[in-house]
Design a binder for this molecule. Sequence first.
Ligand code: PBE
Length: 301
Amino acid sequence: MKIFKEITGLSLATLLAVGLAACGSSAAKENDAQKGQTVGDQVDYTIVGTDPGSGLMQATEKALEEYDLSDWELVSGSGASMTAALKRAYDKEEPIVFTAWSPHWKFIKYDLKFLDDPNLLYGDAEEIHTLARKGLKEDKPEAYTILERFHWDTEDMGEIMVAIEDGEDPEMAAQAWVDDNKEKVAEWTKDVPKVKGDKIKLAYAPWDSEIASHYMMRQVLEGMGYDVTISSVEPGPMFAGVADGSADATLAAWLPITHKNYIEKYEGDLDDLGVNMEGVRQGLAVPTYMEDVNSIEDLKD
Ligand code: PBE
């Protein structure tokens, strides 16, 4: 045992060179083998992905091409399956490469790092925009004004996300944030007259970040007298719904890169009400205990 403690700092190649690799327990051998392995070997050339319609998956397909990672496979799933895989790996300190975005509770709960993206395939300064259907401004000027003014920051969204992840009911978590942030909400609703039960529908894709924002806005608009429906849909129908008027608005457009394809398709058929959050980011990530992996280019080794 002792000898293996002493040699764990050596690479597999070194072990082979000094002729020690053939002896010892299998666990120790596995450890040593892992050290000599490429990151691809360690994770079976698999990137744990999220939902297939997300911009993050589209960007990752492109990244695999542009960074020459054709031997890697991007496995789709959902936000929930991705965080479940992350939890399993993280608890055992096992290697994992996954698609990630921020703000997200995973960056608050775990020590994770985005991999550098020198070719900027995941964009640089991404923002989240609010979109509304054509005609909302005339039909529901009160809601339009609030949606147009709506702006918060990554910590705000993070608070609601962490509360929900910790088991709080989303509606309660959203209301708690609204109660704790009356001044911020008052900036959005200042001088806006209340309405009497007018219906309004927001569409969102069920990403943890967007669950937080849409539950929050539902509480705010209900407080202003609206009868609010928030409807969880796939990303494609989310944009299509605002463009064809079956949804009134969404707070979930990540631009300029993440949802480029969607926005180009529907530009002209909807109103962009501007940025509701700056400083958002998406890309590939790993736990920080994967010390030698810091850039997407390191996946090539
Ligand atoms: N996401 C979360 C979305 C936007 C918000 C990064 C998974 C996407 O990639 O489309």
